[in-house]
Design a protein around this ligand. Structure first.
Ligand SMILES: N[C@@H](CCC(=O)N[C@@H](CS)C(=O)NCC(=O)O)C(=O)O
Length: 204
């Protein structure tokens, strides 16, 4: 497969029965994604994106200016900590895969985070400007597609198009980008993964 002008091979992982390959590539967190380049593994999404940015310079993901880079890293960390992790990370008592009071607290904090993102995005087409997607959009991509299936499986709604119109417009733009649209997992695949994660968290 060629993405962003770079040859690559996608190896899918069964997260319920993790392969010995994954365990050997990411023995610390035992999670996907892992990028293997030149036989060496690199783990953690944001670190992988930064590695890609620094290695294949033909299509920068982060801005050149140090202040703008810091700003992009700030929002990527914010999205990861406040939205992606609290939604699916079973180690967080606020996981929105839980029920009752824990779930209500997590939905509230997710919505507060979405409101802050709405303000950060403002009228821009993408987080880094109007031209093309970059680092922050890629980290936020989880909100554009995956979140709706976490909501469906968890039986709640946090992403409200009427409350967050700029984010909603960003989602519509993001999922239509051909390289994004062609690589999205199927809805059923995600439903199955989140159902399995929810069950695993509830029996912990
Ligand atoms: N902080 C990590 C989180 C990665 C992560 O949560 N991966 C999930 C799939 S989206 C996973 O491998 N889950 C398996 C598990 O938690 O055992 C990153 O950004 O790469």
């Amino acid at each position: 497969m060629v993405s962003w002008g770079v040859d690559n091979e996608l190896v899918e992982e069964d997260l319920v029965n993790k392969s010995s390959l994954l365990l050997s590539l990411n023995p610390v967190h035992k999670k996907v994604p892992v990028l293997v380049h030149g036989g060496k593994p690199i783990s953690e999404s944001k670190i992988i994106l930064e590695y890609i940015d620094e290695t294949w310079k033909q299509r920068p993901l982060l801005p050149e200016d140090p202040l703008e880079r810091a700003h992009a890293r700030f929002w990527a960390a914010f999205i990861d900590d406040k939205i992606c992790s609290s939604a699916v990370d079973g180690s967080s008592q606020e996981s929105i895969c839980y029920e009752g009071e824990d779930q209500a607290k997590a939905i509230e904090s997710t919505m507060e985070a979405l409101e802050l993102l709405e303000q950060e995005l403002g009228g821009k087409k993408y987080f880094g400007g109007d031209k093309e997607i970059g680092y922050v959009d890629m980290v936020a991509g989880w909100i554009a597609y995956w979140l709706q299936f976490v909501e469906e499986v968890g039986g709640f709604k946090a992403m409200d198009a009427a409350k967050y119109p700029c984010l909603d417009a960003w989602i519509q733009n993001f999922v239509q980008i051909p390289s994004v649209a062609q690589n999205l997992p199927s809805p059923d695949e995600l439903r199955n993964i989140f159902c399995a994660m929810r069950m695993a968290m509830q029996t912990k």
